[in-house]
Design a protein around this ligand. Sequence first.
Ligand code: AMP
Ligand code: ZN
Length: 471
Amino acid sequence: MYLYNSATHKKELFVPNDPNLVKMYTCGPTVYHYAHIGNLRTYIMEDVLEKALRYLGYPVKRVMNITDVGHLASDADTGEDKMLKGAKRENKTVMEIAKYYTDAFFADCDKLNIKRPDVVEPATNCIDSYIEMVQKLLDDGKAYFAGGNVYFDTSSLEKYYVFNDHDEEDLAVGVREGVEEDTNKKNKNDFVLWFTKSKFEDQALKWDSPWGVGYPGWHIECSCISMKHLGEDLDIHAGGIDNAFPHHTNEIAQSESYLGHKWCNYWFHVHHLNTDTGKMSKSKGEFLTVSLLESKGYDPMAYRLFCLQSHYRRNLVFSWENLDNAVVAYDKLIAKIAALKADGQVDEAALNALKERFVGALNGDLNTSLAVTAVYDVLKAKCSDATKLAALADFDRVLSLNLLSAAENLRKKEAEEAAASADPEIDAMVAARTEAKKAKNWAEADRIRDELKARGIEIIDTPQGAKWRKV
Ligand code: AMP
Ligand code: ZN
């Protein structure tokens, strides 16, 4: 499989450290509010990546954190804590907020067929690991204590900006967004590993530490949770592109300084879901959730298809019109699958040819839009319906669009509707009219048609025979 690696800025052949276990880490949600459908685009594409790896034969262990402490509202690592903000907004404790929105997040994931990672670890579970990492960084001279906080010293690194080739000044924390610079810092990119003092309102959750009672910085949780469950060598680290800087940049800085060697080989970044006014974001106030889509009558599967139709490294523009187009495409697809008959033999050679296209799409930097095209290719292929159904079931292990179950549900619904509107007397009259027509008894055929019309029934002549409907 070829994957684009943000750390090397090119597509690379994916070679795991151990082909018997791909180690994958995903930045989890900050559970201070509902996930918006932009966040969920990232989780959908990460889910597809994990499923594609499994499909291609790699066992995968995937770990995700839940940020329930220490995610600051500003990239400059000095803003108000998002969890605290959520708790104040809803008059609840931070832990109540965390529990409520963690459950809401996984409920949304279920609706979108996003598999739960093998390990899900809340940040508040791992305080001892953070303290241990911070202590080692201090002991090794990679961190310093100033003004009550422990900072990572970015001047100890040979290279800080891993993901981009931008001018340092453009990205400098504290220069962007007019954020007031923290005067404790020795270098403008230094970031907090452990807080005991923040100029913002005090944290609700605090722990004892060698540097005083305090709480961790945001970035350290991902380094420690990843190492706790996946060890010192990570194959793939995934997240939204907005996390590349500073979050992932800082994760690499502290992890590699702590370990003394390279930490993660492949960085997988999903680009943003945008609206006509730019990136969908919670801080803008108005954002779209899965529940909101459902309340407007949208099937979450249509949103999943909408995401799969575009490449993960392209920004995706959300509009109701675009989503409506995905609904039409999804409904048509399911109707076509519902029309397939489960009889006949599976032609293994034909099935393998269909799979080859699908695998080719996944191998080409997870090209999900081509993978969706491979689904249409199945429907157009000259092979038995049984072969087509086998291919669709196989592809859906990765796509997770409920291709077969939604088609089955549609068939059931149509059968129920047909049964609900069945009327043996009318069926008999329609059959009598067909017989009269066969016998060229046009007067009788017309008489029956007129009688049915008077009873509010319209006959429709189709190539499969006469059908009727209530008008
Ligand atoms: P958060 O809950 O804010 O920590 O974000 C959860 C995930 O969603 C992270 O991987 C972010 O990078 C990602 N994300 C945030 N906004 C968007 C967006 N508009 N489109 C796609 N992914 C996003
Ligand atoms: Zn992270």
